[in-house]
Design a protein. Structure first.
Length: 405
């Protein structure tokens, strides 16, 4: 990497000059932005080295495996200005020579790599081998040169052999045996098993209790927010609550349960899920302060169905039905007690099928990935899962086992 911070300065100077030269009737004005943000980050190929013994000679042998960065999606946290992989790279992965396949930015802002020994920054090419054995800083500059923002990139590597399960059993709690009508929610920095129909919006819990919508900050004392004909709450995003009313219509509240309005659907309401409904949500990077919400459940025909919505504060969004195409070989069978969680670019789902499904395309396909399966000593006939605020995945079985990934 021989291209230094001065390259950026030259770029900004040339850009300004071009803007001045183009300021005439036969030219179009180039608009520059003061926004500086990374919206996406992906790695290329990585080498992984493992030691083994030759079956013929008994000598130590080093085996090289090439890993695809696509299998280790990176999470960009705009809140904490950090970028990280939720799924750890296997033990033996070479983090000193890493290729970046792509960096997406807001409003064409410019991302540079900060030096390990100085405040100098470098432009990055897809052929540059970068040392990520320690956290690295990416500095982003707005195209008008007025703003900058630093992101810390940390690549996590496993401390155990890759053949071991990603899941670790934290405990077995007799009080959790044979739970019914429960769901798992993020609560504080951990998780909590609560009654079905309780949803978390930030640090506040909401539920429908008869004709009352109630809220609680401690899951113990509840305060009535409003009166409404709501059958059950089914989920929440940053700015909205979602529910089914007593007529089976999908409702939305943008004022924390005080008022409710019918949701916009791009297809017939007869295609909505009617049983075992679950939702999960994540930040929608292309739009500031927007969320993407995925809703799944069993429809009137007894099959799994999925809907998706992009929502912005103060704006009316639309739920889009996601039909299952005939050529889709990776579908999810009907799951009673469905639960879903979004972690690190992937959506995890499970239920009565005792199988963990992973979607890497926001709910279109669902694959069974062996590395995500629970170990053979996992017990129970039903699972429920969620993700905590730290990006950890939690799972509770009806045998009282608690697992964490």
């Amino acid at each position: 990497m021989k291209r230094f911070y001065q390259t950026l300065c030259a770029f900004l100077i040339v850009s300004s000059a071009m803007t001045s030269c183009l300021n005439n009737e036969d030219s179009e004005t180039i608009a520059y932005s003061n926004e500086a943000a990374i919206t996406g980050f992906a790695l290329g190929k990585l080498n992984c080295y493992t030691n083994t013994k030759s079956a013929n000679t008994g000598n130590d042998t080093i085996i090289k495996t090439v890993l695809s960065g696509d299998n280790y999606p990176m999470t960009v946290s705009q809140t904490n200005n950090i970028i990280y992989n939720t799924q750890e790279f296997p033990l033996g992965t070479d983090l000193k020579h890493v290729l970046i396949s792509s960096i997406s930015t807001k409003s064409n802002s410019i991302a540079l790599l900060k030096s390990l020994v100085s405040d100098s920054c470098f432009l990055i090419a897809s052929t540059d081998s970068i040392d990520f054995s320690q956290p690295r800083v990416l500095r982003v500059y707005s195209t008008d040169g007025t703003n900058q923002r630093d992101y810390t990139v940390t690549l996590k590597i496993s401390t155990t052999k890759g053949t071991e399960s990603l899941w670790k059993k934290t405990s077995t709690n007799p009080l959790l045996v044979d739970w019914t009508q429960k769901s798992l929610v993020a609560y504080g920095d951990s998780v909590k098993l609560v009654d079905k129909g309780i949803v978390m919006k930030g640090n506040t819990a909401y539920r429908a209790n008869g004709n009352s919508i109630e809220k609680s900050t401690d899951l113990s004392s509840w305060e009535t927010v409003a009166t409404a004909s709501i059958k059950q709450l089914i989920g929440a995003s940053t700015n909205e609550l979602y529910a089914l009313d007593t007529n089976g219509m999908l409702k939305c509240s943008q004022d924390n349960g005080k008022t409710w309005a019918d949701e916009n659907l791009d297809e017939s309401a007869s295609l909505l899920p009617v049983n075992d409904i679950a939702t999960t949500t994540w930040a929608y990077a292309p739009i500031d302060s927007a969320d993407c919400v995925l809703m799944g459940g069993i429809n009137q025909e007894g099959s799994m169905c999925f809907w998706r919505k992009i929502c912005q504060k103060g704006k009316e969004g639309q739920w889009v039905y996601m039909p299952i195409e005939d050529n889709n070989r990776f579908t999810m069978p009907a799951q009673s007690n469905l639960s879903m969680a979004y972690v690190g670019g992937d959506i995890y789902a499970t239920g009565s099928g005792l199988t963990i499904y992973v979607s890497r395309d926001q709910g279109i396909t669902w694959k069974i990935v062996s590395s995500y399966a629970l170990p053979s000593d996992a017990q129970g006939t039903e699972y429920v899962m969620t993700a905590d605020t730290q990006g950890n995945l939690w799972l509770v079985t009806n045998a009282g086992q608690i697992w964490k990934k």
